[in-house]
Design a protein around this ligand. Structure first.
Ligand code: GLU
Length: 335
């Protein structure tokens, strides 16, 4: 498989078939810190879904943002995944260096995909600063993100030339007033009217860094990913990703958005929750204990019981999974 390849332009207008062939799932961690329990939960479920279907696992490292990502975190993540017994068939680093499965090495491929979208005439420069974006906040909110007003879409060519003298623009894609829906494997039917619920969105930032939305679609497409298992916090991104995948001629993967882990007080976990990063957890628990704890929390086991990832495969039945977010026991925070 050429993981830096998009379909030929002729195939773009053809409807793309849905997922077929062997299941290919992925881990797609961002190496911006040590993995925390929420990342482990996501990796575990992605692995269980794919392996229980006899599928292949790809490890893609989402180190798009050079300011926040570090190779040492990516290498540590690989080591943590191995410690947990969550293996992969393809991807990850090569001799301790970033391979072509690292997004930081895929810029030329994203350029090609962007050029394909630009040829459709729906990509435009956006000169709004962060502050202006907030100032221009529309009354519609999609999961807390302001919907872009389309201010720069309406600029005249002369205005664009004038603004370009002072500032390099971000690139945005113009979305139609189209409803895009999909059947999520856990959350049921989800749909958005793109113009109303999401608005024109960024494909490349003004500093030249490609946006997550573009990179993830191009990579899932080129890497033949058929099944995307990830946190429910990304649910609202999926319709725009399906929109991009269709424009680029990639088949739509199956999506499964899993519950988020919450602190005992109901707050979403983040990399700042130090007692729950793997550095701290590995001092206190074996991999089997951690996996057993997560499995009982999400409904796969009646009570926490130490099990290896392979043993958990025998217990895996997606129908048992809880859909609502999961509160961690406070005992996890006590050392
Ligand atoms: N890299 C993203 C993260 O670590 C996940 C992206 C995805 O699964 O689509 O949050």
């Amino acid at each position: 498989m050429d993981i830096c390849q998009i379909s030929s332009p002729q195939s773009q207008s053809q409807p793309q078939p849905g997922p077929s062939g062997p299941i290919r799932g992925r881990f797609a961690p961002s190496p911006t810190g040590r993995m925390h329990l929420g990342n482990v939960f996501c990796a575990l479920l992605a692995w269980l879904y794919t392996r229980s279907a006899g599928g292949e696992m790809v490890l893609r490292v989402e180190d798009l943002d050079p300011q926040r990502s570090r190779l040492e975190y990516a290498l540590q993540m690989e080591e943590d995944l191995r410690w947990l017994g969550l293996d992969w068939d393809e991807g990850g680093s090569q001799n301790g260096k970033p391979s072509l499965y690292f997004q930081s090495r895929r810029t030329a491929f994203y350029e090609q995909c962007l050029a394909r979208l630009e040829a459709l005439g729906i990509v435009y420069p956006c000169f709004c600063t962060r502050a202006q974006l907030h100032a221009a906040q529309a009354p519609h909110l999609s999961q807390g993100d302001p919907v872009y007003t389309g201010r720069c879409f309406r600029l005249t060519p002369e205005e664009r030339v004038r603004l370009e003298k002072d500032r390099s623009p971000a690139l945005r894609i113009h979305v139609p007033a189209e409803e895009i829906g999909f059947q999520d494997g856990l959350q049921g039917w989800v749909s958005q009217q793109l113009q109303r619920d999401c608005g024109d969105f960024i494909l490349r930032r003004s500093d030249g860094v490609f946006a997550y939305q573009l990179a993830v679609v191009c990579d899932d497409g080129a890497m033949g990913i058929r099944q995307v298992v990830r946190g429910r916090d990304l649910l609202s991104s999926t319709p725009r990703q399906i929109f991009l995948a269709r424009l680029l001629g990639f088949p739509e993967p199956e999506y499964i958005h899993i519950p988020l882990l919450l602190s005992p007080q109901g707050i979403r976990l983040s990399k700042r929750d130090k007692p729950l990063d793997l550095g701290a957890l590995r001092q206190r628990f074996s991999p089997q204990e951690l996996l057993g704890l997560l499995a009982s929390l999400c409904g796969l086991l009646d009570k926490p019981q130490p099990l290896t990832a392979r043993e958990l495969l025998g217990e895996f039945s997606p129908q048992c999974l809880r859909r609502e977010d999961l509160r961690l026991p406070s005992s996890l925070y006590e050392s």
